[in-house]
Ligand binder design. Structure first.
Ligand SMILES: [Zn+2]
Length: 89
């Protein structure tokens, strides 16, 4: 049996975020403006060491594709910013 990736692995609710949404990070899914309530692992292949971790709202905590897309978008934004800083030095 082969799995189709990405899939959601572990999902952990963060009570602190649920109790106090002001301190919660935003859901990582592209275009979502909800506060995250869960920390989710996204399995991208069968190597557990490659799992990605993202923050998600109740709506997206089971949406592996959206969470992964958000994680990758955030990563490339950080890399672009870093490249820009390097140029400025
Ligand atoms: Zn969301």
């Amino acid at each position: 049996m082969s799995k189709n990736y990405p899939v959601i692995g572990n999902t952990r609710v963060r009570d602190a975020w649920r109790k106090n949404p002001k301190t919660a990070p935003q859901c990582v899914a592209p275009g979502c403006e909800c506060k995250a309530t869960h920390r989710v692992d996204v399995e991208v292949n069968w190597f557990r060491g490659d799992d990605e971790v993202g923050n998600a709202c109740p709506l997206h905590k089971n949406d592996a594709a959206a969470v992964l897309q958000g994680i990758e978008a955030r990563r490339s934004a950080i890399e672009a910013q870093r490249a820009q800083q390097m140029e400025g030095q």
